[in-house]
Unconditional design. Structure first.
Length: 189
């Protein structure tokens, strides 16, 4: 374990030295741009897809890990705590001198259970299109709502989401606006 840690430290130090040497060879303008772009993705390219700057799959995953109200996770505060603890445990295991965070197997199982109980595959766009569809169609018109949302949502997905949405609509940040739009749609329909 100690040898692996020393190898990791050595690799990180070598990478930092190489970066600094590269910056010494650059012109003033390039150095300024490099300093603006200096971030974890350059310091620790192993953690990022190919060390690329920009939106990586890891960044997209982190965005999806957000605990948003429209995903209707049970115990969202607990889930957020477990996700953050898992992330800390993952990154502190690579760094020396930092007290490691222990993420137990029981916590992992609990996190997975809570994660799977919500609608983690729904993003903001799906949610907004769903709310928009409720202005045109009744909540049980799964076929038309799915067609309105488009993309990766099918009528079965809508059939699972709609009852949970209607049951928990008051927990949403924009519940009042959604209710008003649904009432207008009911009058039109």
């Amino acid at each position: 374990m100690q040898e692996k840690r020393k190898e990791q430290e050595k690799a990180i130090k070598k990478h930092v030295v190489d970066m600094l040497n590269e910056e010494v060879r650059m012109g003033r303008r390039e150095k300024k741009i490099a300093n603006l772009n200096l971030n974890e993705s350059k310091m620790f390219p192993k953690f990022y897809q190919g060390g690329q700057i920009g939106v990586s799959n890891e960044a997209k995953k982190k965005k999806l890990l957000k605990i948003q109200d429209f995903r209707f996770f049970p115990k969202p505060d607990r889930l957020k705590f477990l996700l953050e603890k898992e992330l800390e445990a993952k990154y502190t295991s690579y760094l020396s001198g930092i007290q490691q965070v222990n993420f137990t197997e029981e916590e992992k199982k609990e996190k997975d259970r809570l994660w799977d109980a919500g609608f983690h595959d729904w993003d903001r766009r799906d949610y907004q299109r769903f709310c928009q569809a409720l202005e045109f169609y009744s909540p049980d018109d799964f076929e038309n709502i799915a067609r309105h949302i488009g993309g990766n949502k099918n009528p079965e997905d809508i059939e699972k989401y709609a009852p949970v949405f209607l049951k928990n609509i008051d927990t949403l940040a924009d519940a009042e606006k959604i209710r008003k739009n649904m009432e207008k749609a009911d009058k039109i329909i």
